[in-house]
Write a protein that binds this ligand. Structure first.
Ligand code: MG
Length: 296
């Protein structure tokens, strides 16, 4: 199942995404005699595995009038995360080496995960515009990443139980102002500008993606492939990240973890190939889909 958030008749909704249309969650839950949590984040915070099964049963047994995509505006699945988005830096070997080879580059393959967070409030959605504040930055870069959505609260989670704490997966573009990032010893500011976290188009429930997660991951700018790898190339894999990050730190249902980006970012080219107005960035992950955003 693919969980999608959208605006319909000026109101925020969420539902189950089909190929051509969306089945609204309020109607599904009405069939089950259940109240609807107000948004997808609240749904993820309160759902149970049996509810997921009940929803599947309703979808296969009842006809619910779907809403065609051209009637809605898709938003990020979780437009307003409760906390900053957790991120990993240099978590693909080829990307770590790409950074090391830059004139200002330092550090090798990391021995420990490099964690940082970014403000993503709001996360922007599929087909939304990334706004470059040109008075502050000129070096805007793209980073396709697999995003893990946590499904239940947990602390000190053993790696072998990590999957139990996952709700599903989506695609993120960790847009970065490289010039701002470089000025500060923390990456926070250069990655936290408004509109710098496109995410979506929807969350694919974990039941549709085999564990360990090994998915092709690609980014394109104006149709040209820039990044192409597979999530099996992660230095620190998803069980390791969830286990390590949750040591002494409670992960909450609805938390979002961006697992890092492979080689091929604009900064890695000589000369660098940063984004400019009018560019179209596509982020693709196998079994999830394609997140498209326009640079303004
Ligand atoms: Mg990143």
């Amino acid at each position: 199942m693919r969980f999608i958030s959208y605006i319909y008749n000026d109101k925020e909704y969420y539902g189950i995404a089909d190929k051509n249309s969306i089945v609204p969650m309020d109607t599904i839950l009405k069939h089950l005699g259940k109240e609807m949590p107000k948004n997808l984040l609240e749904f993820i915070r309160t759902y149970s595995d049996s509810l997921i099964q009940d929803i599947e049963t309703i979808l296969s047994n009842e006809h619910i009038e779907p809403i065609p995509y051209d009637k809605v505006k898709i938003t990020a699945p979780i437009p307003h995360p409760r906390r900053n988005v957790f991120c990993l830096g240099k978590n693909y070997r080829d990307h770590a080496l790409e950074i090391k080879s830059l004139p200002s580059g330092s550090a090798d393959i990391p021995d420990y995960p490099i964690y940082f967070t970014k403000v993503a409030d709001p996360c922007i959605g599929h087909m939304d515009k990334v706004i470059i504040p040109k008075e502050y930055t000129e070096n805007i870069d793209y980073e396709v990443e697999l995003a893990v959505i946590i499904g239940r609260d947990g602390k000190d989670i053993p790696a072998e139980k990590a999957e139990e704490y996952i709700f599903g997966y989506t695609i993120a573009n960790d847009i970065t102002a490289r010039d701002i990032q470089k000025k500060h010893s923390q990456w926070f500011k250069g990655k936290s500008l408004d509109t710098f976290t496109p995410m979506g188009p929807y969350i694919v429930h974990k039941s549709e993606i085999e564990f360990p997660v090994e998915l092709d991951i690609i980014s394109k700018v104006n149709g040209e492939i820039r990044q192409s790898s597979n999530t099996r190339e992660l230095i620190f894999d998803i069980p390791y990240i969830i286990s390590d990050l949750s040591k002494g730190l409670t992960l909450r249902a609805g938390d979002i973890i961006l697992t890092g980006t492979p080689k091929g970012v604009g900064m890695g080219f000589n000369p660098p190939r940063f984004l400019k107005s009018g560019d179209i960035v596509e982020c693709y992950i196998e079994k999830i889909g394609t997140l498209v955003n326009i640079i303004e």
